[in-house]
Design a protein around this ligand. Structure first.
Ligand SMILES: [Zn+2]
Length: 298
């Protein structure tokens, strides 16, 4: 009897350690561009900017650095979402063959397109502060041209905050954010004690003291490694119950016309409220508001 028990114990430990060895750690990486090392103005951020092609390379290098750091801590699978501008910034031939990339728009989950409950952690690279923050390079939420505030349950949120809540819906914790000092601070204040990779220090909306791209990658790689080592410790950022999503527009007419919908309440001249049953519905509403135009083609 005693001997049988010992065999069972040995079998149990063998199974346990084999499972550990085979455990997959699946990481989702959402990538924006305003928070990339050195990016400070439109000259780096879109196809018409004179530095854009160089900054696509720097952006790609930062994701590769995050993947290196995460792999060093045991991450095995990666989905990267190119979530800036046209969604086609990352140089996809630079990635290893086991990495997949989400490109272009529209996507129901926006900057979190492709995320589901199978992921163990999410990382934000190149992020920037919210439109409600007085600090931060290129501070805006979703659209600097059209929106002046986005609130979840009464609190102004950055894209990092909004996207952390989407990840929380799927039970996925945000473990790291990179960008300027202000977005690391804003994300920690809203989401909790995530790893932060500060690659520049905001001086103003269009100015920063920055690391070099190579030094920025070192900071990101180290932070990603620490972040994946902490996966078991960091909780998903969950908003429970109905989600009150409020959006304030720079102009008057969006709020006026959206309030024609019975599901939308106009709360002041420039703002509307929509109550969603969860963050997926809130995300889809925000995507609709930001993307719908009657003249879309094809
Ligand atoms: Zn952004």
């Amino acid at each position: 009897m005693k001997k049988a028990l010992t065999y069972i114990n040995i079998l149990f430990f063998l199974c346990f350690f084999t499972t550990l060895a085979w455990a997959q750690t699946k990481v989702y990486i959402s990538v924006d561009m305003e928070g990339v090392t050195g990016a400070v103005s439109g000259a780096q951020l879109g196809p018409s900017g004179f530095e854009y092609q160089r900054f696509r390379e720097f952006m790609t290098e930062e994701v590769l650095a995050a993947i290196r750091g995460a792999r060093a801590a045991g991450a095995t699978e990666f989905l990267v979402s190119d979530s800036h501008g046209n969604g086609q910034n990352l140089l996809i031939d630079r990635f290893e063959k086991d990495v997949q990339i989400v490109r272009s728009w529209p996507r129901p989950l926006g900057m979190m397109g492709g995320l589901d409950e199978s992921f163990d952690a999410a990382i934000f690279i190149g992020y920037h502060t919210s439109t409600a923050n007085t600090r931060g390079v290129r501070a805006h939420t979703f659209s600097s041209a059209t929106l002046t505030d986005v609130r979840l349950n009464g609190t102004s949120v950055s894209e990092a905050g909004f996207n952390a809540a989407i990840a929380g819906h799927f039970g996925v914790p945000i473990v790291m954010v990179s960008g300027d000092d202000a977005i690391v601070e804003e994300t920690r204040a809203y989401v909790g004690d995530v790893e932060g990779a500060i690659v520049k220090w905001a001086t103003s909306f269009h100015s920063a003291r920055t690391l070099t791209p190579a030094a920025g990658c070192d900071v990101i790689e180290a932070a990603a490694r620490r972040a994946i080592e902490r996966v078991g410790e960091l909780e998903p950022f969950r908003l429970t119950g109905d989600i009150e999503l409020e959006i304030s527009f720079k102009n008057y007419r969006q709020a006026e016309i959206l309030s024609y919908l019975s599901s939308v309440e106009r709360i002041d001249s420039h703002s509307i409220r929509y109550v969603a049953k969860d963050m997926v519905e809130a995300s889809m509403f925000a995507q609709f508001v930001n993307n719908y135009q009657p003249g879309l083609s094809p």
